[in-house]
Write a protein of this length. Structure first.
Length: 957
């Protein structure tokens, strides 16, 4: 791990390094870096007494130059920064407790080499910069950096923890040969990445020294390692400081690395000086006790293990006969650095159209820790650039594949112009539109259409284009337009005799598909994923000429309505438009560019709008309050100031941390009258905050008697966030994970099976699964795409009780259960649960069919897109990435009547929304340069301030 701390003064830096370790040694440092060599600093020194070190802290360089900012009180100079590199716990245990003097030297050398290579990489790659020219307007990579390292071996709890404090002096040479102060923002932005580089280099050095390692996963989803010989229970026994920090982070609601670093610093205990010999004896005693416990446990399970081994032996012989060829093939498979780089390019480009080199290298290191050096990985990435797989523009990358897909999407869109027939003749529109409005008014006296809706309705009905786009703000009544299209088309004579248009609805989510079906009164509406899945063979070129001709006839009169198009990724939109081109159906895409984008890479809806005619709806009909309408329009334009003025009193600071914020939200919600609660949408900006609120509301309603006090503990499954590459690597899984298979295998796995992971073998890249008391060995192959073959979950315990509101987390078409919709538990029996769904339907379901549920009082803002409610409450903790203008636009546009925001920090939220548009850079924008360039931090964390050119994107047809 790596933590970074900047020093404000020379005295604070000197004091920091002078105290040394916890058993009385003063600050013994070692000079490193080309800058140190140029200054003549070599070898060891004492931080407390060394004059050269003290002068450097003050900005007084050996060449006579003095660095700093001139003020009325003299020259002020920041000394530099501390980079603390921490080793894995097992490395510390081996080096400090178990290693012989010779072995300790080997491990110490491995640490020194890893540190030296990491610092060299930091310097070479320009993570530290200087400013030149008048006023420091030019930024350039720093040269001749000066480092001083201080090795420590214990943490504040006096546990073995090897870590190195690396002082980076605030002095570096520019291109003109002059020394200047350094700028640390790039270093801070990449501290997680640099920490990953260090762990990889250390793992490589340790392996080369003859030690076996095992890969481990960190909470931030990056990878680390432990020495294979050190028992995990021993690691756990010496990790009380880590547990303290994790508990404090949980209590304070801290989720970011910056917040965690602050917790680490502010929770430190005062140093206690002890004798090194006494400390070592204590550690050895702890180790001895733990290993005795481990031995006892092994003895207890010895008999069971012998029986298990006999069964394994019989089972293995059967497996060998059935799957011998597959096993041999898998054992021979190992990815080269080039193959892994290619896999990780595919992996990262699945979610990001544009990414940086550190992001890509981090992805590779996640799956190959200790297998290749960072320099070797960098070399393969450069080769991918030379071969055309990657396209580099400045410090950013995209892929040739994504670029081609974006170009093809626009070409499909342009090709559709004038390529079809209108649904009705223009001369009939006025009369038919009036008739439609009269019919709707007869059903609902309050029904009315505005001129914008009529214009959009006309555009769809009379256009000869095969692809038609309607862009609209949230709440402008797009569904009314689509209902009108279906109704008017269905009343043509040719439709009445069965030869007219057939309408199908599609949406990115099941909930949106259901809403579209109900609002547009469609007979059929599905998720886009399921629709494309039916015709995947045609997309992959497996359809015959004859079958394609049949499909063209079948779809000749089909009109496909796609809603919430902003949530569709480049890959999915490309498949849809390719299918449209093959089958010839008319496609109507609707959505809003001001709302959230797809989780995956791309913003194709926005790009399509740049090349085909579209109608924009901005006359809001959902909200009745004029000011609330104005706030939504303002949010869509990025005018955050206006939205805060409109909702000012209803944007309330409700807690200084996540826990307090959740408590406030729970209290606020509980205080509402029961009838009001039923009509109120409660959303949170993070899943963790959502979960805390849900659990708190359940407890509060139980205490008040609104829920039956008797609870039933129930195991449910929560989906894990697996990337494409995660599916292919055994260390991505954890013991106890549940895998749902969507495909039948010869080894006894059936489609629909839920199997538990009982063992993970990193060496053979295999999982041992349990089915009906027997073990199944499942090898993961790097060339297979598993994301459609199985899903990965972890078990969570819920407390179910009568009256409880639950939310479905996975679609079940057979039972009519829709992901993200809610239900209330009416009755709980031994084997069955009776539910009342949102539409009033009552269903009695087996508990086996309810594996995919959660508490249903609060949902995420992302999941709420497309919903309409009477009132809404949004709960927002401080999150620079998720608090963006698109999410804010969704949050303030769900309600018809009342909106409330409960926030952790109102000022921080305001500033965050001002700077973070929540936009994404497309491959075409990167290559064409049609986007406004932003600092790297904005690209990595916020995807900020990206705008289309006035004329859209121009490409060759």
């Amino acid at each position: 791990m790596l933590s970074i701390k900047a020093f404000k003064s020379a005295s604070s830096a000197k004091d920091y390094y002078s105290h040394g370790d916890y058993y009385g040694k003063e600050g013994e440092g070692v000079w490193l870096g080309d800058g140190a060599k140029e200054f003549g600093f070599e070898g060891e020194f004492n931080a407390k007494t060394d004059k050269a070190f003290e002068d450097l802290l003050k900005g007084h360089l050996p060449n006579g130059q003095i660095l700093g900012q001139r003020t009325k009180d003299g020259i002020k100079h920041r000394s530099g920064a501390d980079l603390t590199f921490s080793c894995p716990k097992s490395f510390s245990i081996e080096m400090l407790i178990n290693a012989s003097p010779e072995e300790k030297k080997v491990l110490d050398k491995a640490l020194n080499n890893a540190l030296s290579k990491t610092l060299s990489f930091v310097e070479k790659e320009g993570f530290i910069i200087t400013r030149s020219q008048k006023g420091g307007t030019e930024r350039e990579p720093a040269d001749k950096l000066t480092f001083a390292t201080f090795k420590h071996t214990t943490n504040r709890n006096l546990e073995p923890q090897v870590h190195v404090h690396c002082f980076l002096a605030n002095a570096a040479k520019g291109k003109d040969g002059k020394y200047r102060s350094i700028v640390l923002d790039t270093l801070f932005e990449n501290n997680k990445f640099i920490g990953q580089v260090f762990r990889n280099e250390l793992a490589l050095e340790v392996k080369n020294s003859g030690y076996d390692i095992r890969t481990t996963k960190l909470s931030d989803k990056s990878s680390s390692f432990e020495l294979a010989k050190i028992n995990p229970k021993l690691i756990d026994a010496f990790s009380t400081r880590r547990k303290e920090i994790e508990q404090l982070c949980k209590e304070l609601g801290v989720t970011t690395k910056e917040g965690r670093d602050a917790v680490v610093i502010n929770s430190r205990k005062a140093k206690r000086l002890v004798k090194e010999e006494d400390l070592l004896n204590t550690w050895k005693e702890v180790q001895s006790n733990i290993l005795k416990e481990v031995e006892k446990e092994e003895q207890l399970h010895k008999v069971d293990s012998q029986e298990l081994e006999q069964n394994k032996s019989i089972f293995s012989k059967i497996i060998d006969k059935l799957f011998k060829a597959e096993e041999i093939e898998e054992k021979q498979m190992s990815l080269t650095t080039k193959e892994l780089a290619m896999l990780c390019i595919e992996d990262i480009s699945y979610t990001e159209s544009v990414f940086t080199q550190p992001e890509l290298i981090s992805r590779v290191l996640k799956y190959s820790i200790g297998n290749a050096s960072t320099t070797e990985i960098q070399k393969e990435i450069n080769e991918c650039e030379k071969s055309g797989v990657l396209i580099r523009v400045g410090d950013k990358f995209t892929t040739q594949e994504l670029l081609e897909k974006e170009k093809q999407i626009l070409n499909y869109a342009k090709k559709s112009l004038g390529a079809g027939k209108e649904i009705i003749n223009e001369k009939h529109f006025v009369k038919r539109c009036q008739s439609f409005e009269m019919r709707e008014k007869a059903k609902d006296p309050n029904f009315q259409m505005n001129d914008q809706q009529r214009k959009a309705l006309k555009h769809i009905l009379i256009s000869k284009d095969k692809i038609i786009a309607i862009e609209g703000l949230p709440g402008v009544g797009k569904s009314t337009v689509l209902n009108g299209v279906r109704d008017i088309s269905g009343r043509k004579f040719i439709s009445l005799i069965g030869w007219g248009e057939k309408f199908q609805g599609n949406a990115p989510t099941a909930s949106a598909a259901k809403t579209l079906k109900e609002s547009a009164k469609l007979k059929e509406s599905n998720t886009l994923h399921s629709f494309l899945g039916k015709y995947n063979g045609y997309l992959e070129g497996r359809g015959t000429k004859e079958s394609l001709a049949i499909k063209k006839r079948e779809f000749k009169k089909t009109v496909l309505l796609l809603d919430e198009s902003s949530l569709v990724s480049t890959r999915i939109m490309h498949s849809l438009l390719k299918l449209q081109d093959m089958f010839g159906f008319k496609l109507v895409i609707t959505g809003g560019t001001e709302q959230l984008n797809a989780v995956e890479a791309g913003k194709p809806f926005e790009q399509i709008l740049s090349v085909i005619p579209s109608i924009k709806l901005n006359q809001i009909v959902r909200q009745k309050n004029k000011l609330h309408k104005e706030a939504i329009i303002a949010a869509a334009k990025g005018n955050i100031d206006k939205t805060f003025k409109v909702h000012g009193d209803r944007i309330q600071k409700a807690g200084y941390d996540t826990e307090k914020l959740a408590e406030s939200a729970i209290g606020w919600y509980k205080a509402l009258p029961k009838e009001t609660r039923e009509q109120t949408l409660l959303t949170a900006n993070t899943r963790r905050l959502r979960d805390e609120i849900n659990e708190g509301i359940r407890k509060r309603l139980t205490i008040s008697g609104e829920l039956k006090k008797e609870t039933v503990e129930f195991s449910v499954l929560k989906q894990m966030d697996f990337t494409i590459a995660d599916h292919k690597f055994a260390p991505s899984f954890g013991k106890g994970n549940i895998i749902k298979f969507n495909k039948k295998y010869k080894n006894g796995i059936n489609a629909g099976d839920y199997l538990k992971v009982v063992n993970i073998n990193e060496l053979t890249n295999s999982l041992t699964l349990e089915k009906g008391g027997r073990k199944i060995l499942y090898y993961l192959k790097k060339e297979v795409n598993y994301e459609n073959k199985f899903e990965v979950f972890h078990e969570v315990k819920l407390q179910l009780q009568e009256g409880l509101k639950i939310r479905f987390t996975k679609n079940n078409n057979q039972l009519g259960l829709v992901n993200s919709e809610t239900a209330k538990i009416e009755k709980i029996n031994e084997d069955k649960i009776t539910l009342k769904l949102e539409d009033g339907t009552v269903k009695e379901l087996s508990k086996e069919h309810l594996k995919h549920i959660d508490y249903g009082y609060c949902t995420t803002i992302h999941a709420s897109q497309g919903k309409t409610v009477k009132d809404s409450i949004s709960v927002l903790n401080h999150n620079e990435w998720l608090n963006n203008q698109k999410a804010w636009c969704v949050a303030i546009s769900r309600h018809k009547e009342n909106f409330t925001a409960l926030v952790q920090d109102k000022d921080k939220l305001y500033k965050c929304l001002l700077s973070n548009k929540g936009d994404r850079l497309s491959a075409l924008e990167l290559v064409s340069g049609s986007a406004i360039e932003q600092p790297q931090k904005d690209l990595q964390m916020k995807h900020n301030n990206i705008k289309m050119g006035n004329k859209g994107i121009q490409i060759e047809a």
